[in-house]
Design a protein around this ligand. Structure first.
Ligand code: GLA
Length: 377
C-alpha cells in the first residue's frame, strides 16, 4: 500500500465508544456523502474497538458481534465500497483490546486473513496488554507481515502512543500512519499538548508514514466518549488548523449525522485541507517566539507557495503574533514581499506583506495564510 497523503475519514471512538452498530456505520457513511465530506476527501469509515464478540469462534477466528453488526463486516465493506468509501477496522497487539475484546496476539495471520476476506481497507492496531518482555516493533512487524500475506492492500494504522522507541522503528516496520501520543480528549489543553509534543518529531513524518496526532474533536461540544469540558468553536478552529499544518491524518470524531453547519464548513475548508494533503509533505521547519506561548510556523508547499500559521496558545491574554519572513530567507532589502491569502476565508489580500505577517489573536486562536514571494521593485 502506498499512502501518499494523510488518510482522511471518520472513526467511531471519540463519540460512540462501545455504542457502535451497523446502522451507525451506514447512517454515518450516508451522512458523510450527503454533507459533502466524502467529496472533500474524507473517505475512510473506521470502526474502532468493541466491534467483535467477546470470544473467538471454535476455529480461533474473530467474529463481529451479531447484535451490533447482524450482517457482519463484509456486508459493511460492500456497502461503503458501493458508495465510493473505504472501511477501516480495529485490533490490538495484545491478547485483549483496550476494552477487553479479543486482541490479535498470536492470531495475527488468521486475523489478517479475516480482515482481507471481509474486504477491509484499513487496520488500526492498538497497544493495550502487549507483553512487555517483547519489543514493540516485533508486534507491528508481525502484523504488517500478516497483512502483506493476506493478499489485500490494507492501510496499516499503528497506534502505540509513541512508546517503545516508536520513532526509531516505525518506518522500518511499514506503518502507514502512527499515533504518536496518548489519547486526545475534548478540551484545548489536550489539543495544545499533543501538537506541541510533536513539533520536533514532524521531520520524520512523510509519504507512507504519517504522524497521527489522533482523531479530531471538532464539533463534539463536550458530548461523547472523550468529552472533557469541550472547546469553543474558536478552539476547534485552532485544532483543525494545527492538524493541517502538521499534515496529520484527519479522522473526524463527532457525530456526523448531527453535525452543525459551522463545524461542517470548518472540516471542509478547502484551503486547510489542501495544506494537510500537500504532496510535498514538508515538516513545519521554522518557528519563532515560543516564549509567551506565541507560536508561528512556516511550511514549504509543493507548488512553491508557503503556509504560515500564527497561534496564541495563551490561556488569558490576547497577543499580537508575527512571522518575520527573514526567518525563511526573504532578503529584507525592500525588494521582496509576500502576496498572501487568508486560509480561513480564501480572501486574497491586495497588499503585499513586506517583512512579516502579523495578527492580534485572542487566547487559543490561530490564523493561517498561504502565498508566495513576489518582487516589489
Ligand atoms: C486506545 C486508543 C484509542 C481507542 C481506544 C479503544 O486508547 O489509543 O484511540 O482506539 O484504545 O479502546
Amino acid at each position: 500500500m502506498t499512502v501518499n497523503t494523510p488518510p482522511m475519514g471518520w472513526n467511531t471512538w471519540n463519540t460512540f465508544g462501545e455504542n457502535i452498530s451497523e446502522d451507525l456505520i451506514i447512517e454515518t457513511c450516508d451522512a458523510m456523502i450527503e454533507k459533502g465530506l466524502r467529496d472533500a476527501g474524507y473517505t475512510y469509515v473506521v470502526i474502532d474497538d468493541c466491534w467483535s464478540c467477546r470470544e473467538r469462534d471454535s476455529e480461533g477466528r474473530l467474529r463481529a458481534d451479531p447484535e451490533k453488526f447482524p450482517h457482519g463486516i463484509k456486508y459493511l465493506a460492500d456497502y461503503v465500497h458501493s458508495k465510493g468509501m473505504k472501511l477501516g477496522i480495529y485490533s490490538c497487539c495484545g491478547p485483549k483490546t483496550c476494552m477487553g475484546y479479543p486482541g490479535s496476539l498470536d492470531h495475527e495471520f488468521i486475523d489478517a486473513r479475516f480482515f482481507a476476506e471481509s474486504e477491509v481497507d484499513y487496520l488500526k492496531y492498538d497497544w493495550c496488554y502487549h507483553p512487555r518482555i517483547i519489543e514493540g516493533r516485533v508486534f507491528y512487524n508481525r502484523m504488517k507481515m500478516a497483512l502483506n500475506a493476506s493478499g489485500r492492500d490494507i492501510v496499516f494504522s499503528v497506534c502505540n502512543w509513541g512508546q517503545d522507541g516508536l520513532f526509531d522503528w516505525i518506518r522500518g516496520v511499514g506503518g502507514d500512519l502512527y499515533r504518536s501520543t496518548g489519547d486526545i480528549s475534548d478540551n484545548f489543553t489536550s489539543i495544545r499538548e499533543i501538537f506541541r509534543s510533536q513539533i520536533d518529531n514532524l521531520p520524520l513524518s512523510g509519504p507512507n508514514c504519517f504522524n497521527d496526532l489522533d482523531m479530531l474533536v471538532c464539533g463534539m461540544n463536550n458530548k461523547g466518549n472523550v468529552s472533557a469540558g469541550g472547546c469553543s468553536f474558536e478552539e476547534y478552529k485552532t485544532h483543525f488548523a494545527l492538524w493541517c499544518m502538521a499534515q496529520s491524518p484527519l479522522m473526524i470524531g463527532c457525530d456526523v449525522r448531527n453535525i452543525d453547519d459551522q463545524t461542517l464548513a470548518l472540516l471542509k475548508n478547502p484551503e486547510l485541507i489542501a495544506i494537510d494533503q500537500d504532496p510535498a509533505v514538508r515538516p513545519v521547519v521554522f518557528r519563532q517566539w515560543p516564549w509567551m506561548n506565541m507560536h508561528s510556523y512556516a511550511k514549504h508547499l509543493a507548488n512553491g507557495e508557503y503556509a504560515f500559521a500564527l497561534v496564541n496558545f495563551n490561556d488569558e491574554d490576547p497577543q499580537t503574533v508575527s512571522y518575520c519572513f527573514a526567518e525563511i530567507g526573504l532578503p529584507l532589502t525592500g525588494e521582496w514581499g509576500f502576496k498572501l491569502r487568508d486560509c480561513d476565508t480564501g480572501e486574497e489580500f491586495e497588499k503585499i506583506f513586506e517583512d512579516k505577517v502579523s495578527a492580534t489573536l485572542q487566547p487559543h486562536s490561530a490564523r493561517v495564510f498561504r502565498g508566495r514571494p513576489v518582487r516589489i521593485r
